[in-house]
Design a protein around this ligand. Structure first.
Ligand SMILES: [Zn+2]
Length: 227
């Protein structure tokens, strides 16, 4: 069977409406990447979360015969404990109600097709698998992953051209209470924006993290959509 010239394209933005219609009619799930525009230290781009979500979804879609929606590239919400909050230029937050309304509207537009999977980037799906493959990870604090070992490794795997390896900040570890404080307090956030040590981040570890995330998306879609 001759493949159509667009058969390997997965982003619905790249498809015409007729191509999209035919993919959906053939049972393609729609993967919706959810990311953010947020500081990720002096060494990673502001779009790190959205890039990771989008690229993991594209790889999963290729395995599933699915398609990916344009990523939601604004998040809720960057706070000192989760990313630095308003302390750093470049982070763009939606309010919670706006975010809910935005995602609700996007999902509602696709509602007739039913097979929709949202993938929100927060790090690593199967931490144990990454720890087995990369024992050095176990010395790090899983809660303090922002702009740190996992995200830097993942960025080195997916978009190394946007990683400033000459701007890696010195190793520091944030010290937060297990709750948020308002008005926001920034004195516990390391000045670089990276929450924990990252200097032994590697592309190989990032490859493992990406593989685990993609496998998780594929497994969830197969289980829930019967594909
Ligand atoms: Zn991030």
């Amino acid at each position: 069977v001759q493949q159509s010239p667009t058969a390997d394209r997965v982003a619905i933005s790249d498809l015409s409406w007729t191509e999209y219609r035919d993919r959906i009619a053939a049972g393609a799930p729609v993967l919706l990447p959810l990311g953010s525009t947020e500081q990720h230290g002096p060494h990673l781009p502001l779009g790190t979360d959205a890039f990771i979500a989008d690229q993991c979804c594209r790889r999963a879609a290729a395995e599933l015969g699915g398609v990916t929606a344009p990523p939601v590239a604004f998040g809720y919400a960057s706070l000192p404990r989760t990313g630095g909050g308003d302390m750093f230029p470049g982070s763009i937050n939606l309010t919670g109600t706006t975010y809910i309304a935005l995602v609700h509207d996007v999902l509602s537009e696709r509602g007739g097709e039913a097979k929709i999977l949202c993938f929100s980037v927060w790090d690593v799906r199967d931490v144990a698998a990454v720890e087995r493959a990369h024992p050095e990870f176990s010395v790090l604090d899983r809660e303090l992953s922002h702009a740190s070992w996992t995200e830097t490794s993942t960025a080195l795997s997916l978009f190394p051209e946007l990683v400033h390896t000459d701007a890696f900040p010195a190793d520091e570890t944030a010290d937060f209470p297990p709750y948020d404080v308002f008005p926001q307090e920034f004195d516990r956030v390391p000045a670089s924006g990276a929450q924990s040590p990252l200097n032994h981040a590697t592309k190989e570890a990032g490859d493992t993290i990406v593989r685990e995330n993609v496998a998780g998306i594929v497994a969830a879609a197969r289980a829930e959509f019967g594909i």
